[in-house]
Design a protein around this ligand. Structure first.
Ligand SMILES: [Zn+2]
Length: 488
């Protein structure tokens, strides 16, 4: 009996010692027998992130927003878009922490209507800011400005408590078109300025306001034909032809291409004036500009990171359109709706969800602000054309139809519809339609409309119905012709 009592006391003491030992162990100390927890944790994280809700509603009151527009940046020149030349290491690095939309399509192929479609989540023919000047009739023109009846998302943000500031390269994003509504600060005084001008101003502003609740819009024309590249860099490009690669020459070639449109519906053409070697030189100048744009973006993001803002700031990077280098006969942008002009950059770094998710479905630039509002639990006003992309991120929804328009300088009038890999482009002035299979022919070199009459017909009907539903009549454009209006 006495032995049994001693045995029980010893057993109790051993148990207590084991318990004390377990309690004293640091919870972080890894399990030495294979470290199962460390193996499982990334799998759990992946599963959690795959079904991430992307929900910031509870934190909206302390979540800042930075939207950066890299003007004229082609998606196919970025690492995110598959370019192997390493032109955009900083953008690509941000992409590693972001939702990256690989098939984003702009609503228009030039600055003014494209940005206004983002600002209003409306198609260009709905917001009607399609040119810098508007025709009043009898040859009278007036400056275009957004109708007071159409709401802009930045103004709604300012109304909801975000302090709004914009630092831009002016010109097509000048405040007077209606972009500046709701902003306390809107810098647009230097036409075609790059991030070398706008980003340092934005950093100064952030230093002063980083503890407030803010929405910041940063924009630069760094990659644009009208933004100069230092002559020393241009001269470093191997090329023996007659072109100089400067902005005056770029404007002259752009106008020359348009001047070669002899009948309504013609393509702009520089055939004979600019050869393949010249186009390659101009594309190389562009690539150097893209590199420079990315360096400036990187410097800005480094400052934002160093200020600790990434913890509670949604960062979105977009481009508004691309640029053509003779892929379809001419230079610059605005005059067509082909992919070199429409396939744009669109990524979103969401605080709390900062890891890469690639979305390959077609998305539209009109979806930008409805997505931001959905993330933050804000109410999207009625009448917008875009939709939140969050269901797409959660795998709850398939692709959507995308549309694009250009009425560039009241001189060319084109519309496009994209349904998955198929894209139909109509020239409204002569009724010509071209159908492309972007999976087989991403450069849109082979019109397959004659081999696919049914698909062509259906897409054309859908596109024309969409035009009618949004207030315009395809017939109104047939045969119309006037000189291109000024752009500055
Ligand atoms: Zn632009």
């Amino acid at each position: 009996m006495k032995h049994l009592r001693i045995l029980l006391i010893v057993a109790a003491l051993v148990n207590a010692l084991v318990l004390l030992f377990l309690l004293a162990r640091s919870p972080e100390e890894p399990d030495k027998d294979g470290d199962l927890g460390a193996v499982l944790q990334p799998l759990v994280d992946d599963a959690t992130m795959a079904s991430a809700r992307y929900d910031l509603r509870d934190q909206a009151a302390r979540t800042n927003i930075i939207v950066i527009s890299m003007d004229a940046l082609r998606m196919d020149r970025t690492g995110l878009g598959g370019h192997k030349g390493g032109l955009t290491p900083n953008l690509d690095r941000l992409g590693e922490e972001s939702v990256v939309f690989t098939q984003a399509m702009s609503a228009a192929s030039w600055t003014l209507p494209s940005h206004m479609s983002m600002w209003t989540s409306r198609w260009p023919s709905v917001h009607r800011v399609t040119n810098k000047l508007s025709l009043l009739g009898q040859g009278q023109m007036a400056d275009t400005t957004l109708s007071p009846g159409i709401e802009t998302f930045p103004r709604l943000l300012s109304e909801a408590g975000w302090k709004a500031a914009a630092f831009t390269g002016g010109a097509g994003v000048s405040g007077r078109f209606g972009f500046n509504r709701g902003f306390e600060t809107y810098i647009d005084d230097r036409p075609f300025a790059g991030l070398d001008y706008s980003a340092p101003l934005a950093i100064d502003w952030l230093r002063a306001h980083k503890d407030e609740h803010f929405f910041l819009f940063l924009h630069g024309y760094d990659s644009h034909g009208q933004h100069p590249l230092p002559e020393s860099i241009i001269r470093s490009i191997p090329y023996a032809g007659p072109l100089k690669g400067d902005i005056e020459e770029q404007a002259a070639l752009r106008e020359q291409g348009l001047a070669n449109i002899k009948a309504p519906g013609d393509d702009a053409s520089l055939q004979g004036a600019v050869g393949p070697a010249d186009a390659a030189f101009l594309a190389a100048v562009y690539d150097r500009k893209v590199q420079q744009a990315d360096e400036r973006l990187g410097a800005f993001l480094d400052e934002v990171r160093a200020m600790g803002l990434l913890e509670n700031t949604l960062v979105v990077v977009v481009s508004d359109h691309g640029d053509e280098f003779l892929e379809h006969g001419a230079l610059d942008h605005g005059h067509t709706l082909f992919e070199e002009q429409l396939h744009t950059v669109f990524l979103m770094r969401v605080p709390g969800y900062a890891r890469n998710q690639q979305v390959d479905a077609v998305v539209r630039s009109v979806d930008l602000f409805p997505t931001i509002f959905d993330l933050l639990g804000l109410t999207v006003p009625p009448g917008v054309n875009g939709e939140s992309l969050l269901p797409l991120l959660r795998g709850e929804e398939g692709a959507r139809l995308a549309y694009a328009e250009t009425d560039y300088r009241l001189f060319v009038h084109r519309r496009a519809i994209r349904d998955g890999k198929y894209k139909l482009v109509i020239d409204l002035q002569d009724g010509e339609r071209r159908l492309f299979d972007l999976s087989a022919d991403p450069a849109e070199q082979v019109d397959i409309s004659s081999g696919e009459p049914r698909r062509t017909y259906e897409l054309e009907q859908a596109l024309k119905r969409w035009m009618t539903d949004h207030g315009s009549n395809p017939q109104d454009y047939l045969g119309i012709r006037q000189d291109p209006i000024e752009i500055f």
